[in-house]
Design a binder for this molecule. Sequence first.
Ligand SMILES: Nc1ncnc2c1ncn2[C@@H]1O[C@H](COP(=O)(O)OP(=O)(O)OP(=O)(O)O)[C@@H](O)[C@H]1O
Ligand SMILES: [Mg+2]
Length: 259
Amino acid sequence: MSKRIEAKNLDIFYGDFKAVEDVSMTIEPRAVTAFIGPSGCGKSTFLRSLNRMHEVIPGAYVKGELLLDGEDLYAPAVDPVNVRRQIGMVFQRPNPFPTMSIKENVLAGLKLNNKRLGASEADEVAERALRGANLWEEVKNRLDLPGSGLSGGQQQRLCIARAIAMRPSVLLMDEPCSALDPISTLAIEDLISELKNEYTIVIVTHNMQQASRVSDTTAFFNIAGTGQPGKLIEMDSTQTIFTTPKVQATEDYITGRFG
Ligand SMILES: Nc1ncnc2c1ncn2[C@@H]1O[C@H](COP(=O)(O)OP(=O)(O)OP(=O)(O)O)[C@@H](O)[C@H]1O
Ligand SMILES: [Mg+2]
């Protein structure tokens, strides 16, 4: 299920503004890749271009090539809805649908894609996704209560369950723990370590400890100044980035001597 992403010379625009310039990278399957870098360097923008969420913003577009297991995700015949089904996304703030129950939340993505499920099949899919997100034991007796009644950390795991219910091959996470307490953060990090056996995972984080704990590979992005495009500066094994980076700016950033 897990697939490889290759970006080749990707430029990303918001109208006339080039937010990200000339990024080429390979994101390996069955591994966690972390994106780090200062605010505004284009981490979220690049992440959203990976599943064609970027282009939903009016005037936003991408130049260059993006391949999923060798297939061009921006080819004219490709349906972006299908891309987003294969490449799921989890956001910074847990965003369960407030009026839906826990179970309805897990199944929401499937419903949106007009997938019809019988009652017992729906129960199975919901249980599998909730177990996959490490939430089943905590919610199995209240599946019909509102998702908004869960704690922040539980809501974020519910959003992960909603994403994996779609059986994606890639999971993109944009600062998934930044609204969570340390215990919930560790729960999500444990979950990420488990999920990488099945999925290609990309996580944006401002937390250096988190990047070094959960990721196999780290990509450092930087920006030369306001109005300049963000660029990929260095990408290597997380171990190398955090011990012997090749670029001075990477070292300055990871040691907190930045700006
Ligand atoms: N919807 C948008 N329309 C126009 N410009 C945008 C939009 N979203 C982001 N940008 C701009 O693109 C650049 C990159 O922003 P982005 O949000 O990708 O950075 P980031 O690295 O994720 O930052 P942070 O760490 O603060 O989340 C910034 O200059 C930002 O102002
Ligand atoms: Mg961001």
